[in-house]
Design a binder for this molecule. Structure first.
Ligand code: CP
Ligand code: NVA
Length: 308
């Protein structure tokens, strides 16, 4: 089997991604006991090493629980626990960890660290968030969308707020899963140039506007994220520029009937979203957080050869 890294939504085929989301739905239906069909061979002797250069609640705990429910083991490390933190190269670290572990998950400050780790690793590497993207989140998000609205293909999702790392993975997903994505963000906070350039040659229905009302029209789901991502230094400026992009009840009411509200969390009530929306009946944020667990099991199963 070729090495299966999970680095970005746009580095995997639509068929593989669909299999992963379908497996995530199946994992959820099955509860804690993983169906034998989705269980990788030799999982009881497999170890996932996780390295965090930035804080994490959901990614850290859901991957740990996911690997345990699959029947494997985990080692969770902060970047500073490793010699990496005092200058050992990423490539040497990748080669060494590959001799011990069966998969490595990294949450990195810089996407280039992730790519270098994967290039030098002989075991699967998983992107647990970088400055550029957050693909694991999007598997859980597609799954969450589908729980209320059925298959996402052909439907419309609106992203309102900062065009950040999570928005970039949504852009990649719009192409892979063939849905419409409308992004409303200020001109200064548009998604990364690399993602915009990628879009030019991608077969994707992605609109970028500065008007939240335009973005949410007919959308079955409104998504936002924090205005200040980990590593952002210009908090005051961001809050000022992003002010008009707060998701309030009036904006939710302008979306399609039955639209759901999603947020990868952590959320900051009174900034990117009002308490009324995130704690209201349209919000599915805690299902979305739960679905990280089912999604991680599916991603791990794919990386370790449990699903095609
Ligand atoms: N959504 C998400 O990745 O959360 P954490 O930063 O808590 O892992
Ligand atoms: N955009 C946020 C997502 C946190 C899960 C960040 O990068 O901090």
């Amino acid at each position: 089997m070729a090495l299966r890294h999970f680095l970005d939504i746009n580095s995997l085929s639509p068929a593989v991604l669909r299999n992963i989301v379908d497996a995530a739905h199946e994992m959820k239906r099955a509860g804690k006991k993983v169906p034998a069909r989705l269980s990788p061979e030799g999982i009881d002797l497999s170890v996932l090493v996780m390295i965090f250069e930035k804080p994490s609640t959901r990614t850290r705990v859901s991957y740990d629980v996911a690997m345990r429910q699959l029947g494997g083991q985990t080692i969770v490390l902060n970047h500073s626990d490793l010699q990496l933190g005092r200058g050992e190269s990423v490539s040497d670290t990748a080669k060494v960890l590959s001799r011990y572990a069966d998969a490595v998950m990294l949450r990195a400050n810089s996407h280039t660290t992730l790519v270098e780790l994967a290039e030098n690793s002989t075991v699967p590497v998983i992107n647990g968030l970088t400055d550029k993207s957050h693909p694991c989140q999007i598997i859980a998000d597609i799954m969450t969308f589908e729980e209320s609205h059925g298959p996402i293909r052909g439907q419309k999702v609106a992203w309102v707020g900062d065009g950040n790392n999570v928005a970039v993975s949504w852009i990649h997903a719009a192409s892979a899963f063939d849905f419409e994505l409308s992004i409303a963000c200020p001109g200064q906070m548009r998604p990364d140039k690399e993602a915009i350039d990628w879009l030019k040659n991608a077969n994707a229905r992605v609109e970028i506007t500065d008007d939240p009302q335009t973005a949410v029209r007919d959308a079955k789901c409104v998504v936002t994220d924090t205005w200040v991502s980990m590593g952002d230094t210009d908090e005051g400026y961001r809050k000022q520029v992003l002010g008009p992009y707060a998701v309030e009840q009036s904006l939710m009411s302008a979306a399609s009937d039955g639209a759901v509200f999603m947020h990868c969390l952590p959320a900051y009530r009174g900034h990117e979203v009002s308490a009324e929306v995130i704690d209201g009946p349209q919000s599915v944020v805690f299902d979305e957080a739960e679905n990280r667990l089912h999604a991680q099991k599916a991603i791990l199963s794919w990386c370790l050869g449990g699903i095609a």
